[in-house]
Ligand binder design. Sequence first.
Ligand SMILES: [Zn+2]
Length: 283
Amino acid sequence: MTLLSNLTPLLKDAKAAGYAVGSFNVFNMESLLGFIDAAVETQSPLVVAIAESHLPYLDLESFMPMALELARRAPMPVALHFDHARSLQIIERALHAGFSSVMCDGYQLPYETRVEETRLVVRLAHAIGVSVETELGHVVRLGGSEGVLESGELADPAVAHDFVQRTGVDVLAVAVGSTHSMTAPEAGLDLERLKQIAQSSDSYLSLHGGSGISVSHLRAAIGIGVSKVSVFTKLANTALTQARKYLDKHEDVNLPDMCLEIRGGFRTAVVEQIERLGSAGHA
Ligand SMILES: [Zn+2]
């Protein structure tokens, strides 16, 4: 039995030891169980994330008691992270539901409004021991489009410094080349920019769009100070492939058994990511 952790102790240990903690998005029971199976197998700390965009697939308030119970029973530190919240209302809902960490988006807001809103989120969250992540630059493409980021969408080191100073945010998700839904390392990370951000801001740094980052760039980013990496697309694709193989092999499909296959697919995919991030054995 371990206590539910917020991000800070997990990322502090990761940064000190030179690895990154994986943040993996769950949207049902099979994904949740598969991720925890993988963390137990590899003895790795884990961030279980639920994104606002996945709320149509689960009932948050009835799903959370199960996630909290599994996180507390797990033999390694687990943080429950609400990912990519797009409004203050949904952040309040996440805090009420028991998450130990929240992430707010909001790049579409004017800068000063963002600073004000983020300060408020930090105040509400820190009062109950919850950590706060926010993004700088566009790790989510406007309109959900894919592709290589243009320079105007990347995080600005000077803005990073100002933003962290004024908001007190714990983790900064920096846009330095990777975006959601990328499956191949089509865009290299702007490591020079990442270095400047690491030097100029006191917060922990995270990367999103982890499926599309090559191992060499991932290792370099971790070396510079990235301590949390979010991955979803690769996990979903691996579980889907495993389900397809199961369907091809079995004429009479037993649906509960196929759900076990999907859980196994998520486990396999997360074990692979944990190896990439170097967090195995650090629970
Ligand atoms: Zn993300």
